[in-house]
Design a binder for this molecule. Structure first.
Ligand code: F6P
Length: 379
């Protein structure tokens, strides 16, 4: 019998965190299960810092709100945790056993881990330490393996589409090329889908290293038709053929976490296009706008479906899985499958070469559609 469950939200925020939390709490209450929320993701699990969640109190009126009422942590790999002592010496320690003890002491029957590939990697590692876990796939990047869509992605695409619409009118008015750098890390989902939704002329994605001359040619072709403006969407992980990704900064989160902060890909493309086409070119970097604020109705429904399904699975005694959407149907897959070949406990988190992320493939309908309607993909 399930008595008490806990939720943790981990990684970069997205619109829809609260909608998932609300759905889990509501489904739990319908079944007389108590629900806790660890504060700031795996950090809360480590420090045993939690709140009780209930619709009578904190978990109602939050469906439409961005952010997370229980916070979220970035780069908290409790299997390889950065510890700084009083003298400033840094060590990396496996503190997962402390987390396991906390869960046992708190008599928590199942933890719901809301997060992307790094979060689900740790979730799977905890299953090997004996915890019962159910993952819910979150990230604006839409790159979690084994599911067709993550919550937060649709809102990010919608924000990017709105930005493209706005850039379109200014591009047209002033005969300029307008570049828009969008997030997505190593995946081009946001760039590609928003480019199609916003009617952009070029979409440069990390999965297709670009030839800037090809992009310039596509823009010149438009000029020859009398169109003296163009809109170019650039995924932040874009790289030229034979070149590297644009890294804005690196941080020391330790081994096995994402230490490169991407940024600058849009500006790089803009400067080169200005030289090659002679058209005045400007770049806009959309940044964190894509993660915050009100979720779209699609994300509210998806998040609610994921949250309710996660609790349903727990009630049915199905653990150590990730809720997924496959061909439009709610389902689940073992966390073991989600981590793919990235099996070593704690050693490697997401966003690294070994991690199992879902990138855009060349046979995806979005790629085919973009090519069919003449969007230049830079190759
Ligand atoms: O993974 C989500 C994401 O927003 C990426 O699209 C982006 O590269 C990254 O997080 C930014 O990370 P941070 O919040 O650490 O700057």
């Amino acid at each position: 019998m399930l008595k008490r469950v806990a939720i943790l939200a981990n990684g970069g925020d997205v619109s829809g965190f609260n909608a998932v939390i609300r759905a889990i709490v509501k489904t739990a209450e319908e079944n007389n299960v108590e629900c806790l929320g660890f504060i700031d993701g795996y950090n809360g699990l480590l420090k045993n810092n939690y709140v009780k969640l209930s619709t009578a109190d904190n978990a109602s009126g939050i469906l439409h709100k961005g952010g997370s009422i229980i916070g979220s942590s970035l780069n908290a790999n409790v299997f390889n945790y950065k510890v700084v002592d009083e003298n400033g010496n840094v060590t990396y320690q496996d503190l997962s056993e402390k987390c396991v003890q906390n869960v046992k002491e708190d008599e928590i029957d199942c933890i719901f881990t809301l997060g992307g590939d790094s979060t689900q990697k740790s979730a799977r590692d905890f299953t090997l330490r004996g915890l019962k876990v159910i993952g819910v796939p979150k990230t604006i990047d839409n790159d979690v393996a084994c599911t067709d869509i993550t919550f937060g992605y649709n809102t990010a695409v919608s924000v990017a589409t709105d930005a493209i619409d706005r850039l379109h009118t200014t591009a047209e008015t002033h005969n300029r090329i307008m570049c828009l750098e969008v997030m997505g890390r190593y995946a081009g989902w946001i760039a590609l889908e928003s480019a199609i939704a916003g009617g952009a002329d070029v979409a440069i994605i990390p999965e297709i290293p670009y030839d800037i001359n090809k992009v310039a040619d596509a823009i010149k072709k438009r000029q020859a038709m009398g169109k003296n403006f163009s809109v170019v969407v650039v995924g932040e992980g874009a790289r030229p053929k034979g070149g590297t990704m644009a890294v804005k900064a690196t941080r020391d989160g330790g081994a096995g976490v994402i230490n490169a902060q991407l940024g600058g890909a849009g500006e790089r493309v803009a400067q080169e296009l200005e030289k090659l086409t002679g058209l005045v070119t400007r770049n806009t970097t959309l940044g964190y706008m894509q993660r915050g604020g009100t979720p779209t109705s699609f994300d509210r429904v998806l998040s609610t479906k994921y949250g309710a399904k996660a609790m349903e699975l727990a009630l049915d005694g199905v653990f150590n899985v990730l809720t997924v959407l496959k061909n439009g149907k709610l389902s689940y897959v073992p966390l073991e499958e989600v981590v793919g070949n990235n099996k070593q406990v704690g050693a490697v988190q997401g966003g690294t070469a070994e991690s199992n992320v879902r990138l855009v493939t060349m046979d995806d309908d979005l790629v085919k559609t973009a090519r069919n309607i003449g969007i230049c993909l830079g190759d």
